[in-house]
Design a protein around this ligand. Structure first.
Ligand SMILES: *[C@@H]1O[C@H](CO)[C@@H](O)[C@H](O)[C@H]1NC(C)=O
Length: 423
């Protein structure tokens, strides 16, 4: 944690923040939002409304003070610590093969290259690592997962909040027995946005992890599904694009893709007065005031040297941008030609919703087999929050069914969980 702990000012601020939250804001919210008409979404329970408000305060605090919860990626985690979490630490070796295409060009310009990075094998609850896990089993299915956190925070550590997706898929899928969750290198976030690990650093780590699954572990590419939430969804799309576009003989494309509340347009080309960016500013977990929505400026640590024009046109950074340039401008290779079957998740109450819808539409237009799950009143990355039921469990159950290639059977009893309404 990058908390400036020895600064007395920080401690005073934090105490003030907590007092204001507990004794002023919370009572006010409880009163104000007890009226359903005042809630950002009328269907929301009071409990959910308060959770979102608290989350907004905390994300704002984190952004103002540059608190990131990433781990020191040079350290190995002892196996003893991971045993109770059904997980196993592994080093992903650095890429031996040369990078190619746009990613290679940007890597040279940004001066970034591949290094060994940590990752975690996450197993089904109750199962233990055994010698047969050292290689892929015949026809074994696997999910390669990238956590969220604005490219600057978060961790693949198996008890981190973002582990909800790998855990959910392992719980509800009948064909999946493990997930590889990658601790890709983080860039620098607010307020400093220092020049740390800019694009395509995280994409290079993702390519190394994909190569590890195929070339070292022996998974069949068709048996690999690449998934990620938020910034991790952007990275999942980017690594898939890399292997689709470059047609590397040893790295064929994966069999599936799950972008969950993905960041898909850092240029906000779909933002307008009546787009989700504005309309959902009050119903999402980010309070970005004075700006209403996430902009490329909020990702400038990751975007690095790439200018506004580049951010708008770069299909790796902004695949859903109106201005993304396809791989083959004159020919018939479209922006998403060759992409695997995809399951796209997005919340109707999130700012980035219109970008996610644009992504799904573009992919369908380009011939990709796309399934969408867009619960109307759900916030950004709702599937991570235990207080965002029933949407959270319903989505994990449906996504796991899609992964297994069977129809979803959403348990109607799940809907009963709405009963924890406080009103
Ligand atoms: C893995 O891929 C192979 C080849 O495409 C396929 O036959 C098999 O059914 C896949 N395994 C699973 C569990 O989907």
């Amino acid at each position: 944690m990058a908390v400036p702990q020895r600064q007395p000012l920080w401690a005073i601020y934090l105490i003030g923040f907590l007092i204001a939250l507990l004794f002023f804001k919370l009572p006010w919210w409880l009163a104000y939002y007890s009226l359903r008409a005042n809630r950002p979404r009328k269907s929301w329970t009071l409990r959910r409304t308060i959770h979102v408000q608290i989350f907004r305060q905390v994300t704002k605090l984190f952004m103002e003070f540059g608190i990131a919860d990433g781990r020191d990626l040079s350290m190995e985690v002892p196996q003893k610590e991971l045993e109770p979490l059904n997980a196993r630490f592994v080093w992903i070796p650095e890429l031996e093969d040369d990078l190619v295409g746009i990613v290679a060009e940007h890597a040279a310009r940004a001066g970034v290259k591949s290094i060994a990075i940590p990752a975690y094998w996450m197993l089904r609850e109750g199962s233990k690592w055994s010698p047969e896990h050292e290689k892929a089993q015949k026809d074994e299915k696997v999910v390669l997962y990238f956590h969220g956190g604005s490219f600057a925070a978060g961790s693949a550590y198996p008890s981190h909040m973002t582990a909800a997706i790998p855990k959910g898929l392992l719980k509800y899928s009948t064909s999946l027995s493990r997930v590889l969750s990658v601790d890709y290198r983080l860039s620098s976030g607010p307020p400093t946005f220092g020049p740390v690990n800019p694009f395509p650093c995280a994409v290079i780590d993702a390519i190394a992890a994909y190569r590890y699954l195929v070339c070292e572990m022996g998974f069949l590419p068709q048996n690999i599904t690449v998934a990620g939430d938020s910034a991790g969804g952007n990275i999942a799309l980017a690594v898939t694009r890399y292997v689709v576009e470059n047609r590397l003989p040893h790295l064929p494309p994966p069999g599936g893709l799950i972008p969950a509340s993905p960041v898909t347009d850092m240029s906000s080309s779909h933002a307008s007065a009546d787009s989700s960016h504005y309309l959902n500013a009050a119903s999402d977990i980010f309070d970005l005031s004075p700006y209403p929505y996430l902009r490329s400026d909020d990702f400038r640590g990751y975007v690095g040297e790439i200018d506004a024009e580049g951010t708008k046109e770069n299909r790796y950074l902004s695949p859903a941008s109106k201005f993304a340039i396809p791989p083959d401008v004159d020919g018939d290779i479209r922006l998403f030609s060759g992409f695997p079957r995809s399951y796209i998740i997005g919340g109707g109450a999130e700012q980035l919703f219109d970008d996610i819808v644009a992504l799904a539409e573009k992919m369908k237009e380009d011939g990709v087999d796309v399934t969408v799950d867009f619960p109307p009143d759900a916030i950004h990355a709702y599937f991570l929050f235990y207080w965002h039921e029933p949407e959270r469990t319903e989505s994990l159950v449906k996504c796991a069914a899609w992964l297994d290639g069977r129809p979803a059977e959403v348990d109607v009893e799940l809907a009963g969980q709405r009963g924890d309404d406080l009103v």
